[in-house]
Design a protein around this ligand. Structure first.
Ligand code: ADP
Ligand code: MG
Length: 245
C-alpha cells in the first residue's frame, strides 16, 4: 500500500503549468526518484508534497490521510521531513545547535505537556541522535560556517532527521558537490533508505540509479515515464529527457 500518494496534482503559476496531472505512489521502504531537466517541475513537486505551496488542483495523501493544502509546519509534524535545494543551515551555530533548533521547531503537540526541562533534554537527545545518523558527531561543536559545503548539506539532512520524520523528501541533496562529497551523501542516503521511504529529486544519474527503486521522469511539468527503475532507466523517455540537457 502507498504511504504517500498524489492524485492528478497540478500547479499553475499564472499561465505556466509547472506540474500537470502528476499521480505518483510511494510505498513503505521505497526510494522514489524524480528526475528531469531544469524547469521540469521537480522542486515544485517537492513544494507541493511538503506544503510550501498549495496545489491548483489534485490531492496529496499521507498514510491514507488527505494532507492537501496543509501548511509546512503541519506536514512536518505529521511526519514528512524535507531538505531544500539550497543550503538552509544557520552559519554561526554549531552542528549540534542547528539540529537542536530543528528538533525544537518541529516538536509534536504532545511535547506541550512535558515540563520545560524534559522538553529541553528531549530536544538534546534528538539532536545528538540526528548528528549520529547523518555522520557528523565528530563535528558536533563546529560552527556550520567552518565546514565544507558538502558537510553543510550533510548537516541539513541531520536537521531534517532531528524532526523525527517518518518519510523524507530531498531536493537535490548532492547539488554543487564534488565526487568525494557526493559519494558520502550517496552512502548516507543508502543508509537512510533502510529506515525511511523517500522521494529523491536528483540530477546525478549515477546516484539515482544506485539508490532508487522507482523512477519518475518529468519534462515541462508532465510525467513522461514512471515505474520500476529497471524498466524506466533504459527507456527512450529518459534518453530524450536528457538529450541536450
Ligand atoms: P525544477 O526543480 O525541475 O528545475 P521547478 O519546479 O523549480 O523546476 O520549476 C518549474 C517551472 O515553474 C519553471 O518554469 C519555473 O520557472 C516555474 N516556477 C517555479 N516556481 C515558481 C513560482 N513561485 N512562480 C512562478 N513560476 C515558478
Ligand atoms: Mg529544482
Amino acid at each position: 500500500m502507498a504511504i504517500l500518494q498524489t492524485t492528478a496534482l497540478t500547479k499553475s503559476f499564472g499561465g505556466l503549468t509547472a506540474v500537470r496531472d502528476v499521480s505518483i505512489a510511494v510505498a513503505e521502504r521505497e526510494v522514489h526518484a524524480i528526475i528531469g531537466p531544469n524547469g521540469a517541475g521537480k522542486s515544485t513537486m517537492v513544494n507541493l508534497l511538503t506544503g510550501q505551496i498549495p496545489p491548483t488542483s489534485g490531492k496529496v495523501t499521507f498514510e491514507g490521510r488527505d494532507i492537501t493544502g496543509l501548511r509546512p509546519d503541519r506536514i512536518s509534524k505529521i511526519g514528512i521531513g524535507r531538505s531544500f535545494q539550497r543550503t538552509n543551515v544557520f552559519p554561526t551555530f554549531t552542528c549540534l545547535e542547528n539540529c537542536w533548533l530543528a528538533a525544537q521547531s518541529r516538536m509534536r503537540h504532545s511535547f506541550r505537556f512535558f515540563r520545560r526541562a524534559e522538553r529541553y533534554a528531549s530536544c538534546g537527545e534528538r539532536a545528538e541522535r540526528a548528528l549520529e545518523l547523518c555522520g557528523l558527531t565528530h563535528r558536533r561543536d563546529t560552527a556550520a560556517a567552518d565546514m565544507s559545503y558538502g558537510e553543510q548539506r550533510q548537516l541539513e539532512i541531520g536537521m531534517m532527521l532531528a524532526t523525527e520524520p517518518r518519510f523524507l523528501v530531498l531536493d537535490e541533496p548532492m547539488a554543487g558537490m564534488g565526487k568525494e562529497e557526493s559519494g558520502k551523501v550517496v552512502a548516507l542516503l543508502r543508509d537512510l533508505a533502510r529506515s525511511y521511504p523517500l522521494v529523491l529529486v536528483e540530477h546525478d544519474m549515477d546516484a539515482v540509479f544506485s539508490i532508487a527503486d522507482t523512477l519518475t521522469v518529468m519534462v515541462n511539468g508532465t510525467v513522461i515515464a514512471s515505474g520500476p527503475l529497471d524498466e524506466v532507466r533504459d527507456s527512450t523517455a529518459v534518453q530524450e529527457a536528457y538529450l541536450g540537457d
